[in-house]
Design a binder for this molecule. Structure first.
Ligand code: SAM
Length: 191
């Protein structure tokens, strides 16, 4: 049982692009209530439940408090955009580099469309900047956004650090919502 229906968006995206593997080191931004976390800990084998494959590591952060999830290291309530929060995530990684960074973060919508689009873009850029510091060569990045004229610029900015960028709209994301995801692959560490 998943804590939220949003689980299916990640399941659909990962079933298609298969970026979550046993042994992955995942950083997840905007994790509450924890449905994506539930999907990740299972697929990366963060609990070590599958003894024959590598054991992964999952660090999750959210502004809202979260109930524990076995296999996940949870930093909540904490604001991801604060430098001190990012330092805490890095500490939790304990010297390991992330192989996957995912963000389903969204600001509380004001209903003023341009303002909401700007705020979610700011969150996406803060994840992109942090991902550059803590990602391993070849790492993936998945970001939630709301469609706007500035998404193209973000895609281009991502392409300076990753080989490939795709816009993804999973079937369970409502067709009439502006929500979309950017999936970037193959992080290039020294660019
Ligand atoms: N993926 C989650 C799941 O499956 O359970 C749902 C995430 S929900 C759509 C978006 C989350 O982003 C909210 O819980 C919100 O608190 C969080 N968020 C928004 N701004 C944030 C920030 N600055 N730092 C951390 N989390 C933030």
């Amino acid at each position: 049982n998943y804590r939220a229906r949003s689980a299916f968006k990640l399941i659909e995206i990962d079933n298609k692009y298969k970026f979550l593997k046993p042994g992955d080191v995942v950083v997840e931004c905007g994790a509450a209530p924890g449905a994506w976390t539930q999907v990740c800990v299972k697929r990366i084998n963060a609990t070590g439940q599958m003894p024959s494959v590598l054991k992964g590591k999952h660090v999750a952060i959210d502004l809202q408090p979260m109930y524990p999830i076995e296999g996940a290291l949870i930093l909540a309530p904490l604001d991801f955009t604060k430098c001190s929060s990012q330092t805490k995530i890095t500490e939790m990684l304990g010297g390991q580099l992330a192989t996957v960074v995912v963000s389903d973060m969204a600001p509380a919508a004001t209903g003023i469309r341009e303002l909401d689009q700007d705020r979610i873009l700011e969150l996406a850029y803060s994840v992109l900047r942090y991902a550059q510091q803590i990602s391993k060569d070849g790492a993936m990045l998945l970001l939630k956004l709301w469609a706007s004229g500035r998404v193209k610029q973000l895609e281009n900015d991502i392409l300076s650090h990753y080989s490939q960028v795709k816009i993804v709209k999973p079937p369970s994301s409502r067709q009439d919502s502006a929500e979309l995801f950017i999936l970037a692959s193959n992080f290039k560490k020294n660019t």
